[in-house]
Design a protein around this ligand. Structure first.
Ligand SMILES: NC(=O)c1ccc[n+]([C@@H]2O[C@H](COP(=O)([O-])OP(=O)(O)OC[C@H]3O[C@@H](n4cnc5c(N)ncnc54)[C@H](OP(=O)(O)O)[C@@H]3O)[C@@H](O)[C@H]2O)c1
Length: 328
């Protein structure tokens, strides 16, 4: 089968196309024909060799998210059959024509939901879900900051906060992205220089209940200063670089603040939790309450370009690789 191969760690150029043997579905696994694979920051960190994401072995097939049709059912699998449409995340080797997916991580894609929409919502949708339902559960009337609100996680998170009755102060870097954030339900849209001031102004000086920050280094300090007493600093990513070591004592005078650095793997810890979060996502999509924006579609051959585009800050919504797409 055709697959993207990372032969070493480094820039986008280390990703090449190759022919590899299709994986054998072992006990409890499905072999899936991949219709769409998600492109994520995690894939970039893995390619760069950043701990803890670096691939333990080289060469490797990148990607951890996708959707497709079951081609072969491995021994012991009871809940899936050949022809079923499934979606997954946290499964290595998804930038390929076929992927071996543990049945325990596969989720049925409901009828009426396109496989590319399913692949586009899985990782970022579940991330947005746990951030505003579990890490800091937004309540009616809560003011919160959402950074990079026109991005993959950002657009979904902004919509979910609005559904929960939260009031969001959203950051974006361009006018076009600001429009998208507004359409997603952001109440105030601002740039990265002014968001802390806006957050204070719209809360009569009190500050916001939580900041959802996937930007990291560039926004961390101002994010802390936007929080109310006992507010939550939810640092969930590092698009601008990792936050340097931090003196915990600072949290005391700043307002008994909470700081957390959550990750998706710990928020799909059981089959029940996985089905709760994905069940909500697919129901909201069917009801027309959650809109999923695909900001770019690429053939597998252009995986390096897709990753470069995601890191370039020029994209909105979700980027997908489509193994069936003509590379020309
Ligand atoms: N912890 C988890 O469970 C989890 C899960 C998924 C993703 N993440 C993290 O969430 C973040 C967002 O992921 P995503 O896939 O949805 O990406 P994304 O938001 O679509 O893209 C990143 C966005 O960050 C903003 N940004 C601000 N400063 C930047 C800089 N110096 N360089 C690049 N981008 C910058 C840009 O939006 P503007 O141009 O509007 O500033 C850019 O479009 C990433 O840090 C990712 O690692 C974490």
């Amino acid at each position: 089968m055709r697959a993207v191969i990372g032969r070493q760690h480094g820039g986008p150029e280390v990703l090449t196309m190759g022919e590899v043997t299709a994986p054998e579905p072992g006990p409890g696994q499905l072999l899936v024909d991949v219709a769409a694979a998600g492109v994520n920051y995690m894939d970039i960190y893995q390619r760069e060799g950043r701990p803890p994401y670096a691939s333990a072995k080289l060469p490797y097939v990148p990607g951890s998210e996708g959707a497709g049709t079951v081609a072969v059912v491995g021994p012991g699998v009871r809940d899936f059959a050949v022809g079923d449409r499934v979606v997954w995340t946290q499964v290595p080797g998804s930038y390929a024509e076929q992927a071996a997916v543990p049945a325990a991580l596969a989720v049925t894609v409901p009828e009426g939901v396109d496989l590319s929409v399913a692949a586009a919502v899985m990782l970022q949708g579940m991330t947005a879900h746990y951030l505003c339902h579990s890490t800091y559960p937004v309540s009616q009337g809560d003011h919160v900051v959402v950074h990079a609100a026109a991005g993959g996680v950002g657009l979904l998170l902004t919509q979910m906060i609005a559904m929960r009755g939260g009031i969001s102060v959203a950051t974006t870097s361009t006018t076009g992205k600001a429009v998208l954030a507004q359409q997603a339900g952001a109440n105030y849209v601002t740039d990265y220089d002014d968001f802390a001031e806006v957050a204070r102004r719209v809360t009569d000086g009190a500050g916001v209940a939580a900041v959802y920050d996937g930007v990291g280094q560039a926004t961390f300090e101002a994010s802390l200063s936007a929080l109310r007493v006992r507010g939550y600093m939810v640092l969930y990513g590092a698009a601008s670089g990792p936050v340097p070591p931090f003196d915990l004592q600072r949290l005391n005078p700043a307002g008994s603040l909470f700081v957390t650095r959550p990750t998706l793997g710990h928020h799909m810890a059981s089959r029940e939790e996985l089905l709760w979060r994905t069940g909500d996502l697919f129901r909201w999509i069917a009801e027309g309450r959650l809109s999923v924006r695909v900001g770019g579609r690429y053939p597998l051959e252009q995986a390096a370009q897709a990753q470069a585009d995601l890191a370039s800050r020029g994209t909105t919504g979700k980027l997908l690789l489509l193994p069936g797409e003509d590379p020309a």
